[in-house]
Design a binder for this molecule. Structure first.
Ligand code: NAI
Ligand code: PYR
Ligand code: MG
Length: 603
């Protein structure tokens, strides 16, 4: 069922070959002179060749010397390294924000250069533009604000959204990431300041999936905030009113979705960091009407499932043993429930049995073990609630420590948003696990919200564990040359491929089958040698490659389900006739690559 055939070991060199063959086509621009210099989509700074300066009315507006793209790149990296040197010893948050600022300034000025440095240095820069620093940026957004990015629709815009959507300057939009700021990472309700998350996610879309940055749109739906501190902050940039609820709330989201669909019927909308009740409700409401998905529920689930299958392999077990794995999930929110639903579906596919599929899964929330005795049991958590009669020695609301001691799980997976909840006692209790190689997934973001650090996990739970976290940690040196590998179990390994595959297939909807294909692709990506070392996910440095593979799997699933309507000049029949290899090449061909294109002025 799970195809574990590996791709050729030359996967990176093949990726490079495909990129290098990209010859930049001309880019039509409707502006001239300083308007171009002030537009980060087209600006090349000192990189404009003289002939182009003449054509575009730029002569005299720039110093005479033309600097090559490579020289500009090196100059930026030199400045970045100087900043690193000059900020040594300062508090982590100060250094992180300084790094974010220098990248953000480049982003505001010259997107081609920005995305090239981001792509080439993704391992170093992802922690700045994405988790963990993006969390700090959101927390401080109103103070850091200099220029707007993306669009802001507020409760005050009701009735206006259909016309507002035409204020966006791009004719074409492929990918939208939308938040209402109600649950930003594990930081809670940050209101309008949550816009940093769609911006960071879309940066990953450009870097990993090669979505053209002129075709992305980060969106904040500001329906108020219940964060008292923000409401009292004179500098807060969002609506200073409590969040809309019920039908009032839904009518705002409905209006936005209709407006988007009217202007860009093919745009894909990724819902991000919505509080649980709206995450599930909006997914249910829109998934059969629009091409959309919820990253926290669906993207996270696929990445977690790939990791869970990987940890079964890391114990030397065959995947057929996956249903026997005892998995404790801490956090019954949108992410935790998404993971459990997907894991149960995988068990059902493997065993064909529905009734017993959840028997080895244990769910805890802030009130402890979730059982059928739970008062006001959330219906979405009900399928995972234990029957107290069946779990000897464990009662409703049992503590995490008691659950770990009794269950002796193979996997402890955290999506609680609570930093340090896998404390020393809990980690030590995991030493008694029935597994030969217990796995710990501390998936909450940003770093301070991780359920435990990598160092504590290896120290207290033992050197033999497999470890993954949502935000990055360094590998742990265990002594005697042994390394405790740290994986980043983050939905960034899937959402770019889900979006890209849906886009280039022209899928009408994003189905469970397409999401399953994405997860299976990621699960089968790693070689046994890597898995044996405890490496469950590819290096982030190869994220474009894995994203192309995931995108191609999603595309093939869309074709298989008869949902692919084609993209650009490639119709559904051509997609259906492509071999597996051809779909990957097709996906690569559709990726944007940051390179200066000749600009041609058109009135
Ligand atoms: N690594 C990744 O790719 C992803 C990570 N996340 C992270 O997961 C976390 C949760 O996200 P959501 O599920 O959307 O949030 P949520 O707010 O919907 O759910 C949080 C859950 O944790 C439970 N909880 C709170 N305190 C707890 C405690 N002390 N012990 C046990 N459970 C506790 C709550 O009862 C609730 O069920 C966030 O920190 C987020 O950053 C979310 C999506 C993807
Ligand atoms: C990674 C992500 O989507 C989150 O922490 O919410
Ligand atoms: Mg999220």
């Amino acid at each position: 069922m799970w195809n574990l055939t590996r791709f050729a070991s030359s996967r990176l060199s093949r990726t490079r070959r495909l990129f290098c063959s990209a010859i930049p086509g001309p880019c039509i621009v409707h502006k001239r002179g300083t308007d171009i210099l002030h537009d980060p989509w087209f600006n090349k700074d000192t990189g404009f060749p003289l002939t182009e300066r003449d054509r575009l009315g730029l002569r005299g507006l720039l110093p005479p010397r033309v600097i090559s793209f490579e020289q500009q790149y090196d100059r930026f990296m030199d400045s970045y390294h100087s900043l690193e040197k000059n900020t040594k010893g300062l508090p982590d948050s100060v250094v992180a924000l300084a790094k974010w600022r220098i990248l953000n300034r480049l982003h505001d000025r010259n997107e081609t250069l920005y995305y090239r440095v981001l792509m080439d240095n993704i391992k170093d820069f992802a922690p700045i533009i994405y988790t963990p620093t993006v969390g700090l940026v959101c927390q401080n957004y109103s103070g850091l604000f200099r220029r707007p990015r993306g669009m802001y629709f507020s409760a005050k815009d009701k009735g206006e959204m259909m016309s507002m959507i035409y204020n966006w300057p791009s004719q074409h939009v492929d990918m939208i990431v939308l938040t209402d700021g109600s649950r930003i990472l594990g930081l809670g309700d940050l209101g309008v300041q949550g816009i940093g998350i769609p911006i960071g996610k879309l940066d990953m879309y450009v870097a990993a999936a090669g979505i053209n940055p002129q075709r992305i749109l980060p969106v904040m739906l500001d329906v108020g905030t219940n964060n008292q501190k923000l409401l009292e902050d004179q500098l807060y940039l969002g609506l200073r009113q409590p969040r809309l609820e019920g039908e009032e709330y839904l009518s705002i989201v409905d209006e936005f979705m209709e407006a988007v669909h009217t202007r860009w019927p093919k745009a894909i909308v990724q819902f991000e960091d919505f509080q649980m009740k709206w995450a599930f409700e909006t997914l249910d409401r829109y998934r059969k009407r629009f091409c959309m998905f919820n990253d926290d529920i669906q993207g996270t689930a696929g990445v977690a499932l790939a990791g869970l299958l990987g940890s079964a392999r890391a114990q030397g077990r065959s995947l057929a043993n996956f249903p026997d794995q005892k998995i404790v999930v801490v956090g019954a929110g949108s992410a935790g429930l998404g993971v459990l639903s997907t894991a149960v579906q995988a068990v059902v596919r493997m065993t064909g049995k529905h009734e017993t599929a959840a028997q080895n899964f244990f769910l805890l929330d802030k009130d402890g073990l979730v059982t059928k005795e739970r008062k006001n049991l959330n219906p979405a958590a009900a399928p995972f609630a234990k029957d107290p009669g069946q779990i000897v020695g464990l009662r409703e609301g049992a503590s995490l420590l008691d659950v770990v001691k009794k269950v002796k799980p193979d996997v402890l997976l955290g999506l609680s948003g609570v930093g340090g909840v896998f404390n020393e006692e809990v980690l030590k209790a995991l030493r008694e696990s029935d597994s030969t190689r217990p796995a710990i997934f501390a998936m909450s973001n940003p770093t301070m919200n991780a359920e435990c650090t990598a160092a504590d996990a290896f120290k207290h739970a033992g050197e033999n564990i497999v470890f993954a976290s949502g935000s990055p940690f360094e590998n742990i040196q265990l002594g005697n040359g042994k390394v405790g590998y740290v994986n980043q179990a983050n939905n960034m390994y899937l959402f770019p491929g889900i979006g890209l595959g849906s886009l280039v297939s022209g899928a009408r909807f994003i189905t469970d089958g397409m999401l399953q294909a994405a997860a299976e692709c990621l699960a089968s990506y790693m070689r046994d040698e890597e898995i044996q070392k405890g490496i469950l996910y590819p290096s982030i440095s190869s994220i474009r490659h894995i994203t192309a593979e995931v995108g191609a799997s999603v595309l093939r699933a869309a074709v298989g389900e008869g949902l692919a309507e084609g993209h650009g000049e490639v119709g559904p029949k051509e997609l259906a006739h492509m071999s597996k290899e051809e779909t990957v090449e097709y996906v690569f061909r559709n990726m944007w690559f940051p390179i200066y294109s000749p600009l041609v002025h058109e009135k």
